[in-house]
Design a protein around this ligand. Structure first.
Ligand code: PLP
Length: 400
């Protein structure tokens, strides 16, 4: 795999993107994590333990499923990689277990992170419980009020939820608060980023841990069909589930599509289509496509799926966009809701609203490419979204 080996380069650059733009004290800590990752991740013991965790705790491999009903209706042959069946109901546990295992090998006692909607917080709290590590999740007060079930989950799993009470009291302030807490005790703690974003080595490390999705899917798809998929589709927030799938196929012939949230409209503030509508810039310590306001600050973003509303994106995606290897497209709220109900009724699978963006685009693509296969990464299950969807949109879809 020449591609993976050569990306990022030693400084953590994916083409002109990525890198590390952070205060010196934090850089020292990131360098330690990088060195430890390079050393430990190649050890037989680490690899064996991670494999065993994936099999016995997470329930991997997750299946690839032929979506017969959708394929009959839209044309094409649509397959789903079922990350919704991964323990905790989404792909996020793939990198959280990896990060926590690294923490254990580095002798750390505490995992620290921020969370927006609480999905990353829950996955990390799960990993901390598994390894008997302390876990501290920083979360804006506004988000705590909005995401009550996930706050309770984190607490049941033994994590400490720290309310962030300054600024807008949402994700951005939670990041600042978590970084401060980490810098107070970098010897005993480690900061765990929730996607393929942030300074080097996180975009690489999270990609590597998520690569299990693509590696499994490639083998499973071949066993089912004797062939390679013609098209890949995944939703893109920070971009971890997408990179997990795409990375195993970059050097193959297939067409690859990343689906961003088109939201309510394509006006700034109404979407989070970072690559479709953004420009290169720096955010949270790395370079990538960003959505910025007139002052050059991260712009407010919106998506019906809270896991996708980030004004930046992984540096590797930014490079793959410029290279033209991956095409980035959008699905709006309406198309996403249609897909949410469609997959539920036609296949008996309630998708996460994030994943429903990918399903929406795949159904469109299937109508254009009727003779081709499409492998969709179903990044998570929709149980977390049902109350919100039914309260706000149930009547339109005959569910109330
Ligand atoms: C968090 C989340 C996403 C978005 O994160 P990526 O890093 O872009 O994968 C997508 N799907 C689900 C189910 C999520 O929980």
């Amino acid at each position: 795999m020449g591609y993976i080996k050569n990306h990022p380069n030693e400084q953590g650059h994916f083409g002109e993107y990525g890198g590390s733009f952070i205060p010196p004290q934090l850089q020292t800590e990131m360098d330690k994590i990088t060195d430890a990752y390079y050393a430990i991740s190649k050890s037989h013991e680490f690899i064996t333990e991670l494999r065993s965790i994936r099999k016995h705790f997470q329930g991997r491999p997750t299946p690839v499923y032929f979506a017969k009903g959708l394929s009959e209706k839209y044309g094409g042959r649509i397959y789903l990689k079922r990350e919704d069946l991964n323990h905790t109901g989404a792909h996020k546990l793939n990198h959280c277990m990896g990060e926590a295992l690294l923490a254990k090998y580095m002798g750390k006692k505490k995992l620290i992170a921020e969370t927006g909607a609480g999905q990353h917080g829950v996955a990390l709290a799960t990993a901390a419980a598994y390894f008997g590590l302390e876990c501290e999740i920083h979360m804006g007060e506004v988000d705590i009020a909005k995401e009550h079930p996930n706050v309770v989950r984190m607490k049941i799993l033994g994590a400490k939820v720290i309310p962030v009470t300054f600024g807008l009291k949402t994700l951005k302030e939670a990041v600042d608060s978590a970084f401060d807490a980490y810098l107070k005790d970098p010897v005993n703690s480690i900061y765990c980023i929730g996607s393929v974003v942030g300074p080097h080595p996180f975009p690489m490390m999270v990609r590597d841990f998520q690569q299990v999705i693509g590696v499994e899917a490639k083998e499973q798809f071949h066993a089912m069909t004797g062939d390679q998929p013609d098209n890949l589709v995944a939703c893109v927030g920070g971009g971890s589930n997408a990179m997990g799938l795409f990375s195993a196929f970059i050097e193959d012939q297939c067409d690859i599509y990343g689906v961003e949230p088109g939201g309510r409209s394509l006006n700034l503030g109404d979407h989070a289509a970072t690559m479709t509508l953004g420009t290169p810039g720096t955010i949270h310590g790395f370079k990538c496509y960003t959505l910025q306001d007139e002052q050059g600050e991260p712009a407010p973003v919106y998506s019906i799926a809270s896991g996708l509303d980030y004004p930046g994106v992984g540096p590797e995606h930014s490079m793959l966009k410029d290279q033209g290897r991956v095409q980035y497209v959008t699905a709006n709220d309406k198309e996403t809701l249609d897909a949410f109900f469609e997959l539920s009724k036609v296949e008996g699978i309630i998708p996460a609203l994030e994943s429903a963006h990918a399903v929406a685009f795949a159904c469109k693509l299937a109508q254009e490419k009727k003779r081709e296969s499409i492998l969709v990464n179903l990044s998570g299950r929709g149980d977390k979204d049902i109350d919100f969807v039914v309260e706000n949109y149930g009547a339109e879809y005959g569910v109330s």
